[in-house]
Write a protein that binds this ligand. Structure first.
Ligand code: IMP
Length: 201
């Protein structure tokens, strides 16, 4: 178990995804951390060459900690669909093509489910949160939220695959949900709870 704590002060959010930056600021700023994103700092986006959420989260946080000399936090996350053997998984952003179009990514998921006549529409969002200090110490926490995929997509309050994801026990999609509510129950919130217990004073 890591003994070191994240002290109030600068924390680099090693992501270029504006939706994630918003959620990470909501989660960390109440703990006295001053979150600046890779977008604000003009950092390069490293290529995600690892095969797991944890591996890619570490790779992004390491690059940001080295570039800035400050503690860095990164989130690697995605949608894992049971009937698709966990796809799109670590390729969740890449399924949206370039430039990113998540309407298209959601259509691809729906088409893949149709192709195999899937009755099982269960899925989960997975999040790995990595913290890397500039001296090389590092730690990762994983979180999940389980649910079902709906079609057509509903709501424009979230990002990514939110409009087609309904968390277990809820009736609205993450795209329709009040963002504060989503941030309280998401895969990122689950990983963050573990991080908070271990790293925040
Ligand atoms: P990456 O972690 O930057 O590789 O991107 C992960 C991708 O997974 C994002 O671009 C989103 O499409 C998707 N994703 C991750 N978290 C969420 C979420 O909370 N809601 C919807 N989509 C998400």
């Amino acid at each position: 178990m890591i003994k070191r704590k994240l002290q109030p002060g600068p924390l680099v959010a090693a992501t270029h995804n504006a939706g994630k930056v918003r959620e990470l600021k909501d989660l960390f700023e109440p703990a006295g951390l001053v979150v600046r994103s890779a977008i604000e700092l003009g950092l390069d986006e490293p290529e995600e060459t690892e095969m797991t959420f944890t591996g890619n989260a570490l790779l992004k946080a390491r690059a940001a900690a080295i570039a800035t000399g400050e503690p860095a936090l990164s989130d690697d996350s995605g949608l894992s669909v049971t009937a698709l053997g966990g796809q799109p998984g670590i390729y969740s952003a890449r399924w949206a093509g370039e430039p990113r179009d998540f309407g298209r990514a959601m259509e691809k998921v729906q088409a893949a489910l149709n192709d195999i006549g899937a009755e099982d529409r269960s899925a989960k969002f997975v999040c790995a949160l990595a913290v890397v200090w500039p001296d090389g110490e590092e730690v990762v926490f994983e979180g999940e939220v389980h649910g079902t995929l709906v079609w057509p997509p509903r709501g424009d309050r979230g990002f990514g695959y939110d409009p087609m994801f309904v968390a277990t026990g809820k009736s609205v999609t993450f795209g329709e949900m009040d963002p504060a509510k989503k941030h309280g129950m998401s895969h990122r919130a689950d990983a963050f709870k573990k991080l908070r217990a271990a790293l925040l004073p």
